[in-house]
Every structure is written in C-alpha cells, then in structure tokens.
Design a protein around this ligand. Structure first.
Ligand SMILES: CC(C)(COP(=O)(O)OP(=O)(O)OC[C@H]1O[C@@H](n2cnc3c(N)ncnc32)[C@H](O)[C@@H]1OP(=O)(O)O)[C@@H](O)C(=O)NCCC(=O)NCCS
Length: 285
C-alpha cells in the first residue's frame, strides 16, 4: 500500500470533512457515545476554516490518488495543537494515522515548537496506543460535560465580554497557569466575539475563549472558572472539557446538573508545565 502525503488545500475540505465525520461517528457509535460532529456539514465547515487559515498546517493522505485521511497542526500558540486526525474507517489500522502524526511532528520540529498537545477520546484504545507509542504522555483525564446553561453568578466575580484591551492581562493569566500564553487563539476569539473575562477585586482573574469543546479557559482559582461557566449562554459543541483531578470544580459542575457525556484524555509530547491554577482545555479550535 503506497501512502502519499501532501499539504491540504481548501478544495480538500469536503472529502476530508466527510472522512472526519465518518471516522468519529463510527468509533463513537461503536462504543455507544454520541458522535463529536452532529452532521458531516459541521465537520466540513470546521475543516474549511482550518484549511483556509494559514495558521493551521494541514496534511492529507492519499492511496492511489484517493484521499483517505487528514491531520492538522494549530500553529497559533507557543505550544502547537494536533488534530483533528482522521482516517477513512475502511483503511484504518494500516499505519496511515502514524504517517499523518509523523508529518505534523516533523512540521512542529521545523517550526521549533517546544511541545505539542492533543485531546483523545478516552474510550478509543487505538488512538491512545498510537499516541503513547509516539511519545505522548497522559497529562489529564477529562470529563466532557454538557447541560443547560447555569445562569449563575459567583459573588465578587463579574463576567463580561473580552476586548482587545484585555489581551495582555489574559495572556499574563495564561502564563501564570500554563507557563505560556495562547494569545493567537484568544485574539481569534475576541475578534469572533466569543471570549469572556472575569474580574475580581478590580482586576482580570480569568478568561475563556469559548466555554465549550472548541475553547479554553483559565482562572486564578476555581471561583473564576465557576463564574465563567455560570455565565456561559451555552456549552458549545459536545460540551466543556473538565480536568477531573480538579475534584472540587468537577463536583460543583455535577451539583449544578451538568452531565458527563464522555471521558477524554489530554496528552502532550515535549515541553509541558503542570498547570498552576484552574483551567478548561480546548479540543482545538
Ligand atoms: C485514530 C486514527 C487516526 C489512527 O489511525 P490508523 O491509521 O487507524 O492507525 P495506525 O494504523 O497508524 O496506528 C495504530 C497503532 O495502534 C496500535 N493499536 C491499535 N489498537 C491497539 C490496542 N488496542 N492496543 C495496543 N495497540 C493498538 C496498532 O498496532 C498501531 O501501532 P503501530 O503503528 O506500532 O503498528 C484512526 O483510527 C481514526 O481516524 N479513528 C477515528 C477518529 C479518531 O479517533 N481520531 C483521533 C482523535 S484523538
């Protein structure tokens, strides 16, 4: 089997998006979970944005001229984000995924990223094994949580929309928690109008790009992240990603009626700092 790899282009979005939808749907349904993408259109739309954004590196795998998979590297931040990686279910488990991962690792090395990260579906034995073999460490067990918006405020913690003027304070917050900022991602979220900040004692003590699957949040304390979650109008996509080691925050979400929809795993390769504060990771975008 001759696997050819090439860069992706916006013209690949439709085929890669369908493969992405089918790959996730097949593995999720085989385990009794809801698919990450509700329709193939949602997957096509995400990949259209990524393939058209120069800050995302993309790689497409072909066999005999037929597209069989794709992978991405989010290059907006100090630590690069890997995925979504998907392989056509009819040709999985034949090393195409390994080649697609090698391609983004080569790219990350060329671009001098100190580390890469990804989030893995916790029930998926194949991706867990592949990533571990490729040198990824398990960093956090996550609960993907979904439910009705809470409409709760936390005393003394005011949540408002983020603006460009908040960027440096938010980046400082992120550096305090993660050791690096996620400025590129935050700038995109501010431009989209989805980012929020929380203020306490007259200063910014947390922010979120989106409270949900495709956004991250950081806070000095659990109260800051609770304020962001409490104010969210929805938990976008399949749900927010909550590190279950943070038992206090996890139990608070459960006590407010949020339900765990699936287990996930945060994995990293290269530089990783143990977080010092409260945080919600993002699946990617
Ligand atoms: C995950 C995915 C991209 C991997 O691609 P793939 O082409 O199927 O995987 P590969 O054949 O390259 O690699 C699988 C590796 O895991 C190993 N493996 C598979 N199941 C295993 C298990 N239960 N225990 C141990 N090892 C296992 C294989 O032996 C292989 O290792 P090798 O490279 O050393 O031979 C693909 O299966 C997919 O699209 N899945 C659905 C979508 C998805 O979950 N994407 C990832 C999101 S995090």
């Amino acid at each position: 089997m001759d696997i050819k790899l090439r860069s992706g282009t916006p013209a690949d979005a439709e085929i890669c998006g369908r493969i992405c939808y089918n790959a996730f749907k097949t593995i999720s349904e085989a385990h009794g979970f809801a698919p990450d993408f509700p329709t193939s259109e949602v997957a096509i739309s995400l990949l259209t944005r990524m393939l058209g954004n120069p800050k995302f590196y993309s790689v497409v795998a072909e066999i005999d001229g037929r597209i069989v998979g794709s992978n991405f590297l989010d290059e907006r931040n100090t630590i690069a984000g890997v995925g979504p990686i998907t392989v056509d279910p009819t040709v999985q488990n034949r090393a195409i995924g390994r080649h697609l991962m090698d391609a983004v690792h080569e790219r990350a090395a060329e671009r001098n990223f100190a580390g890469v990260r990804l989030i893995q579906a916790g029930f998926h034995t194949r991706s867990l094994s592949l990533y571990a073999k490729l040198g990824y460490e398990v960093r956090e067990h996550l609960a993907c949580m979904q439910g009705k918006p809470l409409g709760i405020s936390i005393e003394g913690h005011v949540v408002r929309a983020a603006t460009e003027a908040d960027l440096e304070d938010c980046n400082r917050m992120c550096r305090e928690v993660h050791g690096h900022d996620r400025s590129g991602e935050l700038q995109d979220a501010i431009a989209r109008g989805s980012a929020t900040v929380v203020e306490h004692d007259g200063r910014i003590t947390g922010y979120g790009t989106i409270i949900g699957f495709f956004g991250h949040a950081v806070g000095e304390t659990n109260k800051d992240v609770k304020a962001l979650i409490g104010a969210a109008k929805e938990f976008a996509g399949p749900g927010l990603l909550l590190p279950t080691r943070n038992g206090e925050l996890f139990r608070w979400c459960l006590s407010k009626g949020l339900r765990v929809t699936q287990p996930m795993t945060l994995m990293s390769r290269g530089l990783y700092n143990e977080p010092a504060g409260a945080f919600l990771p993002s699946i990617l975008y």
